[in-house]
Ligand binder design. Structure first.
Ligand SMILES: [Fe+2]
Ligand SMILES: [Fe+2]
Length: 333
């Protein structure tokens, strides 16, 4: 009996080692890991954490801009902004869907968000004070999101990578609408130009913080890179973003609020000033200007949507009953 148990345990160990090796080989060969494939628990948990945080950011990110829908200066601007905010809801859906393939329900993730047990991007805890903020968010925040997310289209987990392909296409529309909006303001009256500059002054530094802490202080980075969930380090992506933005700011006729920003011939990149990481950590801890308001509004929206979820569940159950009845009738005939 004892030797039988040992043999079974040894066989199970052997099978687990084989699965682990197959997973590592697939990652090394740049193949996609799919929902039914075996994966290490930490890979699954890390992906759920990252995808959830991403999904939460998409839906919380609807709030600062939705704040301006009713006050958009023209019908054209209103239609564009509404389309953009709806896109963000869609991004949330794709991502919650991707997390579901890992065995985590949307309801569970939303509960964690509402209870403050999961995070969303700290950028959305800043207020949108003027219409120009809609432009600055599109240009800088969506721009930073694209820089972060384009490499995720090649992420090792199939459903996440595929969701990112569509999201990135839409994000690039968002970035362009923001740029175009800022350009119109920058070339407008003196007051409009000043409004655009003020928005860029307020959003620039928080946008740089979107790439996360410096590599040395980023707790999940190394493992994420080894598993090819992440393809580039935080600092690398931040540098890429700065290099893209400097000439765009010049074309906009706006300045970036960093006296230390200059081209470094040797590195072939722009150097930038020090980021205020104390501010980043404060916002992350819940002490940003809008943390409480964002979560309260999210919880309220969730409560007010209860009847929609109930109706959808009742409808799905009804459809399922009808399908079963048809099946039974087909079998009986
Ligand atoms: Fe988005
Ligand atoms: Fe976006």
């Amino acid at each position: 009996m004892a030797s039988g148990t040992t043999a079974t345990a040894r066989a199970a160990q052997g099978a687990a080692a084989e699965l682990g090796a197959a997973f590592e080989a697939a990652v090394a060969a740049d193949e996609r890991i799919e929902p039914r494939d075996w994966m290490p628990d930490a890979y699954r948990a890390g992906l759920v954490r990252q995808i959830a945080q991403h999904a939460h950011s998409e839906i919380i990110g609807m709030q600062p801009e939705a704040n301006w829908i009713a006050r958009a200066p023209s019908l054209r601007r209103k239609a564009i902004l509404m389309a953009k905010v709806q896109d963000e809801a869609g991004h949330g859906l794709y991502l919650y869907g991707a997390a579901e393939t890992l065995g985590t329900s949307r309801a569970e993730l939303l509960d964690k968000l509402h209870e403050g047990r999961q995070k969303y991007s700290s950028i959305f805890n800043y207020p949108t004070l003027t219409w120009a903020d809609v432009g600055a968010i599109g240009w800088l925040v969506d721009g930073a999101a694209i820089t972060n997310q384009v490499p995720l289209c090649r992420c090792s987990y199939g459903p996440y990578a595929r969701a990112m392909v569509r999201i990135c296409k839409e994000e690039s529309f968002h970035q362009r609408q923001g740029y175009e909006l800022l350009l119109a303001l920058s070339r407008g009256t003196e007051a409009q130009h000043a409004m655009a500059q003020d928005a860029v002054d307020r959003w620039w530094w928080p946008s740089l913080m979107m790439f996360g802490p410096p590599d040395a202080e980023s707790p999940h980075s190394a493992q994420s890179m080894a598993w090819k969930i992440k393809r580039h380090s935080n600092d690398e992506l931040r540098q890429r973003f700065v290099d893209i933005c400097v000439p765009q700011a010049e074309a906009l006729g706006l300045t970036l609020p960093d006296p230390d920003l200059r081209w470094n011939e040797q590195r072939g990149h722009y150097d930038h000033g020090a980021i205020d990481w104390a501010e980043f950590h404060e916002v992350l801890k819940g002490n940003g200007p809008c943390n409480e308001q964002r979560l309260a509004q999210r919880r309220q929206a969730h409560e007010e949507g209860a009847w929609v979820r109930e109706a959808a569940a009742a409808y799905a159950a009804k459809q399922q009953r009808a399908a079963h009845r048809e099946e039974r009738e087909a079998l009986a005939s």
